[in-house]
Design a protein around this ligand. Sequence first.
Ligand code: NAP
Length: 336
Amino acid sequence: MPYKKVTLYEFGGPDVLKVENIAEIPEPGSGEARVKVLACSAAYTDTLIRRGIYPDVKQKPPITLGYDMIGVVDKVGGGVDNLAEGDKVAELTILGAYSEYMILDAKQLVRVPDGLDDVDALSLILSYVTAFQMLTRLAKVQAGDSVLIHGAGGAVGNALVRLGAAMKLKMYGTASGSHHDRLRDLGCEPIDYKKEDFVLRMKSYAPKGVNAVFDAMGTDHFKRSLKVIANHGTLVAYGSYNSTSSADLIKDFLRVSLWDLLPWLPSTAFYSIGAWHRKHHDWFKEDLLTLFQWLSEGKISPEVSHRMKLEEGLKAHELLDSGQAKGKVVLMIGGQ
Ligand SMILES: NC(=O)c1ccc[n+]([C@@H]2O[C@H](COP(=O)([O-])OP(=O)(O)OC[C@H]3O[C@@H](n4cnc5c(N)ncnc54)[C@H](OP(=O)(O)O)[C@@H]3O)[C@@H](O)[C@H]2O)c1
């Protein structure tokens, strides 16, 4: 049976994304499951992989993007006893989810509880696990703590704000003016980074500094973030949004790791969901299941910016490149 996937044969702009018809769906081998993908994210991180500047992905084209997915087990290979046909599953795939079918390691898949909306559940995998692990496992924030969230209108920023509201944090967030009403409604005091200096603004809001800053902007931005953190606080760096090469990202990672050795600075850490997923799959599973639970209890409600078809991957990337997404961009697959 033929199926569709989106492949890129060279790194570059959105137009390198090509929809392909593949003649035969693949068969699962021993320990594997074939998953019929229902939805996957089109994420800013995918655009870095597409441009060939994401250090965590070493593969060269042809590659299929797709950092996470929700799908239904369609067939299992020999020796698989933890899953059966028809089970709904989630995974941080890193690559490959812009596709109607995937072959995945059955042991890695996380069962999605019954009753959750597919798109809401999908939204929790990349953006919310990132936000949740940075809040709870790195910054270790407690109710009443104060935090500054950069890019608070973006997919991860929005997840940080919504989780921060559920965890009763005092929140400040940098974002363009178009996000401000939404942020105020969620209890986050917005700062327009295009119009004012967040360091000066934070000196008036929190003169002694905040408990944690979450920053994916990179380089000099990290240095400025350090100025608004209390001595015992934490800078959690997790990206270099404005970087144009993988060397920039690696330099940022090294710089942040070095700063953590300097006792006169707040503690600093660089978070990577891909690295944590490889090293601590048990944490990934535990945290995703906690988030599924919070979703089913109504403690969190993810915000979806755009729902598009798999065939519209190129358009989704144009949207991400131009910074027009307000929250999660989702590719709906399998005729939903
Ligand atoms: N380390 C990890 O494990 C991990 C995981 C997921 C994502 N990431 C990284 O995190 C970053 C954000 O990802 P995302 O999916 O949230 O992207 P996104 O949805 O495109 O959001 C990015 C946001 O950044 C904002 N922004 C741009 N320049 C800014 C500045 N100077 N100050 C404050 N905000 C600024 C934009 O804000 P406005 O719309 O307000 O202008 C936009 O809303 C990317 O670099 C991504 O690769 C890292």
